[in-house]
Design a protein around this ligand. Structure first.
Ligand code: FE
Length: 191
């Protein structure tokens, strides 16, 4: 039997992670797919819900896309990878919440660099370097808007996993262990 739409979408995502995802995660000691799996593992281990786990796994999918019209920078990868990833996932039937979390992970970094000096001190050198290209710290007005976002706390949690999920050799569950979760999410979102 031919795979249904949800299976086909997950196959496509896994193919991206297993091929383009073998590339280095800009200046970090892990590959893109290792980073994705570590972030998803941190989400799972913290007891996060399904949408948070999916967002953690797929938050950087924008970097792996090869669609026309995406601009690349040699040091930061796809420009606006947060918005590109959110759009890609929304177009394929992922929930608005998953898309918004993926689309908000750079915004969360910009917020934290404005409001939390100790956060800035913990950023990896590569993450500091990309900050300017991502718009730099938020203005006070932008930070006030972010504070009113109902997804603020979840975006900040995702960001903390993003910061942590860069440990070389960290043991993680394989990509295949997320397959059923993704398919059931898509099947529900499609119905
Ligand atoms: Fe990331």
């Amino acid at each position: 039997m031919a795979p249904g739409p949800s299976e086909a979408i997950v196959d496509q995502l896994f193919a991206l992670l297993e091929t383009a995802g073998q590339s280095a995660y800009f200046g970090e000691p892990v590959t893109q797919v290792e980073h994705a799996l570590q972030c998803a593992q941190l989400a799972r281990d913290s007891g996060a819900g399904e949408e948070m786990i999916i967002a953690a796994l797929l938050h950087d999918i924008g970097h792996l896309l090869e669609e026309d019209g995406l601009q690349r920078h040699e040091n930061v990868g796809v420009i606006d990878h947060d918005a590109a990833g959110a759009r890609y996932l929304r177009d394929r039937g992922f929930s608005d919440r998953v898309a918004a979390l993926v689309g908000g992970h750079v915004e969360a970094k910009r917020y934290l660099t404005t409001t939390n000096p100790s956060y800035f001190a913990r950023l990896s050198p590569a993450s500091v370097a990309t900050l300017e290209l991502q718009g730099g710290p938020m203005t006070a007005e932008q930070a006030a808007v972010f504070e009113g976002d109902p997804l603020k706390d979840d975006k900040l949690r995702l960001r903390s996993w993003d910061e942590t999920g860069k440990r070389p050799g960290c043991p993680v569950a394989p990509l295949s262990s997320y397959r059923e979760l993704l398919i059931s999410h898509l099947n529900r979102a499609h119905n």
